[in-house]
Design a protein around this ligand. Structure first.
Ligand code: HEM
Length: 393
């Protein structure tokens, strides 16, 4: 029998401390039933990973949120990447893999490195600052829209937009309602930014629209693909950077280790993604009757995958709750896995590496100076505020 649990994974108490509930779900069995939402869930590493890899049995096309597109009209035009299966997914993904290829990202490295140096110098000059607003948000909001080819105005709209979309994968609760309260101008802005004329002639946006000229995609599809970048490219990275800085500030020995060898910056960012999992959850829907751990789950069932719980599963990780940048963390599911694995991971990893390397080279001390405040979101794990002091050295 599938264990039934009355855990609410979309409430404030859960977001404040999800770890006991993660453990309860993992320990209850390979698959559990969450009574409050009438959905199933997997929280063990092996089951989450297996589900991510099996797109044939677990579709994304019925939505990767709680809403089943086969029964409810999606609140926005579905993503041509995240919310599709092959063959459509293959077509759009091939293009995005090219646009965000390692070579394309390498071409941005110098500009991104300069921006990271400038940012850390500026923060050192200020001494005290808010690591969410002034570091974790400030950096991606500068470099990412530049890379897409967006104009300078209103870039901060990307934050409420991301907040809205990532909340929408959960239930229509107070977090979702608050996020969409002033949606109109933000939605209109995002739509306008996705058009060819709004974008510079270089950058990721132009590269996507160039595929229209080649006959690979239609104009309207190009706009939806640019929207994917604007949705997934900022909030995720903000929370990733925030997670990394928060880890380094809480574990001074780890920061010393990084200072001694700044080439560990990339590994430090990766470990922060494993430990904090900025993207905590996504849903899939079964396309047929499936068996998970010997239990039958019928066709058409929504299953919530706890990426964050998988990334701390003691069945998979030694000292799962410890930040250890020297561990072998390959295989964590913080960027997903399989055909939908994060298409922007190369870019996000470069941003993380460059910011942490600049910190390691320039900063001798990193201190939390006030009460950190959590940001509540149905999908993302992050903070609203992290008061901090940095000392040069
Ligand atoms: C630390 C930062 C990031 C994290 C933790 C993250 C996490 C994820 C995860 C877990 C998925 C898998 C979704 C699924 O299986 O349903 C995903 C997919 C995706 N990510 Fe990221 N992401 C990050 C940064 C980015 C950036 C910078 C971009 C854009 C440049 C981006 C664009 C996308 C897109 C478009 C998809 C959908 C891919 C597909 O369905 O084929 N992400 N991301």
């Amino acid at each position: 029998m599938i264990p039934a649990l009355d855990i609410d994974p979309f409430c404030k108490a859960f977001f404040d401390d999800p770890y006991p509930a993660h453990a309860a779900m993992r320990d209850a069995g390979p698959v559990v039933y969450l009574t409050q939402y009438d959905v199933h869930a997997v929280a063990r590493y092996n089951d989450v990973r297996a589900m991510l890899l099996d797109w044939g049995s677990y579709t994304s096309a019925r939505g990767v949120g709680i809403s089943d597109f086969a029964k409810e009209k999606p609140w926005r035009l579905p993503s041509l990447l995240l919310e599709t299966d092959p063959p459509l997914h293959d077509r759009t993904r091939k293009l995005m893999d090219k646009v965000l290829s390692p070579a394309a990202v390498r071409g941005l490295r110098e500009a991104f490195a300069d921006a990271a140096e400038l940012l850390i110098d500026d923060l050192l000059a200020r001494g005290t600052f808010d690591a969410v607003r002034d570091l974790a948000e400030a950096y991606p909001l500068t470099v990412f829209p530049d890379a897409v080819g967006m104009p300078a105005e209103n870039r901060r709209f990307l934050l409420p937009y991301g907040n809205m979309v990532f909340n929408s994968f959960g239930p229509r609760n107070s977090f979702f309602e608050a996020a969409v309260a002033d949606a109109e101008p933000v939605l209109a802005w995002v739509q306008a930014q996705s058009k060819r004329d709004a974008l510079s002639t270089t950058g990721f946006g132009a590269a996507i629209h160039a595929a229209v000229d080649d006959g690979d995609i239609a104009e309207a599809e190009a706009e939806v693909l640019v929207r994917s970048l604007l949705t997934a490219g900022v909030d995720t990275t903000v929370n990733g950077l925030c997670a990394a800085v928060y880890c380094l500030a809480r574990f001074p020995a780890a920061f010393e280790q990084l200072r001694a060898d700044p080439s560990l910056a990339r590994a430090a960012f990766e470990e922060a993604i494993r430990l904090e999992s900025p993207v905590q959850t996504f849903f899939r829907t079964t396309t047929r009757d499936v068996t998970i751990g010997g239990e039958m789950v019928p066709e058409g069932t929504k299953i919530l995958m706890f990426l964050g719980a998988a990334n701390r599963d003691p069945r998979r990780w030694d000292q799962a709750d410890t930040f250890d940048m020297t561990r072998r963390n390959a295989g964590h599911v913080g960027f997903g896995a399989g055909i939908h694995a994060c298409v922007g991971a190369v870019l996000a990893r470069m941003e993380g590496e460059l910011v942490l390397a600049a910190l390691a080279r320039k900063v001798s001390r990193l201190e939390i100076t006030g009460e950190p405040k959590r940001r509540y979101n149905n999908t993302l794990r992050g903070m609203a505020s992290l008061p901090m002091r940095m000392v040069a050295g």
